[in-house]
Design a protein around this ligand. Structure first.
Ligand code: NAD
Length: 365
């Protein structure tokens, strides 16, 4: 029994989960009283036709242009179309980019948002939204952007390319690590995060071996849901700040940066978080082991990127990226040069281990 005092803040949403549940999207908008529904949908994601058909005459408009990292100029154009349609509800269907675009709209156009996620980004559960102006991505929180209803249908993810599936699962794992390490972590968010790690860890190899494996896809999506829920109540840390600096500056695929950077940040911070890292190792199936090395091995074994060079990053980018990373808050007094050195190791795909990072950090106190 936990005896430490804690504060847990939850963000309510109605969650509809299970294979075939995309069929209930139109009914969910009706429950919200919607008469004119605007659909923001990623053209690569399945389910668009079903949603359009089931909305019938209540479909007020359909936006199909999605861009990574939510550029402000795109938000302005969607905003104009949504406003002109006079919609009273938005449905977003797609990965974190589609969800992020819809979140940016409902922040200032306050109608209920129904999210139908088709990746494992987890954005649908959070009050976090990002906007990119030029090469600079700014992430903020606002309760108005949180979807009212989330419909998870694992069948929509069976065609998610494996090159997206693996990194996206690591995006979810990064949320778990962030939630575990957050200063406001509590027994509820840690339980959610650790169960999410178990689900993702157990499901990823099955899906990579057989992409249409529904129990595996359900496990990844359930993990993403729990991870997003934990993240929503805690927040992100150094790892996400590094990924956002990399992604925003070099226009990298968001999820891929997670798979490469996560094991290195876990190694960098492990000595400062012994209890949390022991629980993480257990959830990753290596009780008493090294969670950083285990994460790297999980990526490598499943064909997920382990080096930044493969994403197009070059050594000469790293200093400028590091300059954009706020090093604090962090569980210990990490310095910009530690981050740059860590990114140099991530660049070439070095396998990080807790002990090597600990030794490096100890050398400068
Ligand atoms: P994404 O939405 O850009 O999708 C990746 C690729 O997969 C795209 O080409 C897309 O067209 C395709 N795709 C998506 N679903 C598909 C499906 N079911 N079948 C086939 N193709 C499909 O990538 P993402 O990783 O989901 O989201 C990244 C964005 O989300 C970033 O901007 C990131 O910052 C944001 N994000 C936000 C939060 C938050 O809490 N606000 C959390 C995680 C990610």
């Amino acid at each position: 029994m936990n005896d430490k005092p804690f504060t847990y803040e939850s963000w309510q949403a109605r969650v509809v989960f299970g294979p075939g549940r995309v069929e209930s999207v139109a009914a969910e908008t009706k429950l919200l009283g919607a008469k004119k529904v605007y659909l923001v949908a990623d053209p690569n994601a399945p389910g668009v036709d079903e949603v359009r058909r089931s909305l019938g005459a209540r479909l007020a408009g359909h936006w199909g242009e999605i861009a990574q990292h939510v550029p402000i100029e795109l938000v302005d154009r969607v905003w104009a179309a949504v406003e002109e349609s006079g919609t009273d509800c938005i449905v977003c269907l797609g990965g974190g980019s589609a969800t992020g675009l819809a979140k940016a709209i409902v922040k200032n156009y306050p109608v209920p948002l129904v999210a139908v996620p088709t990746t494992y980004a987890g954005s649908e559960m959070t009050t976090v939204y990002g906007l990119t102006d030029g090469d600079r991505k700014v992430t903020s929180r606002d309760p108005r952007v949180r979807p009212t209803t989330v419909v998870y249908d694992p069948e929509l993810t069976t065609g998610l390319p494996l090159a997206v599936t693996g990194p996206s699962a690591f995006n979810s794992l990064a949320h778990c690590v962030g939630a575990l390490a957050a200063p406001n972590a509590n027994p509820v968010t840690s339980a959610l995060a650790l169960e999410a790690v178990r689900r993702i860890h157990d499901s990823l190899p099955a899906v990579m071996a057989e992409p249409a494996n529904i129990p595996g896809r359900s496990g990844l999506q359930f993990g993403a849901f729990l991870a997003g829920t934990a993240l929503a109540s805690t927040g992100t840390g150094l790892h996400h700040r590094i990924c956002h600096a990399l992604g925003g500056m070099l226009n990298l695929p968001h999820a891929d940066t997670h798979s490469v950077v996560l094991p290195h940040v876990v190694a960098l911070n492990a000595a400062a978080l012994p209890e949390e890292m022991a629980r993480l190792a257990e959830a990753l199936g290596v009780p008493g082991g090294d969670p950083a090395a285990r994460l790297w091995d999980l990526a490598a074994a499943n064909g997920v990127a382990t080096d930044l060079a493969a994403l197009g990053v070059r050594q000469e980018h790293l200093h400028a990226v590091t300059e954009r990373v706020d090093v604090q808050p962090n569980p210990w007094a990490v310095r910009p040069e530690d981050i740059e050195a860590m990114l140099t190791r991530a660049l070439v795909g070095e396998r990080p281990t807790h002990s090597t990072e600990h030794d490096r950090v100890s050398q400068h106190g």
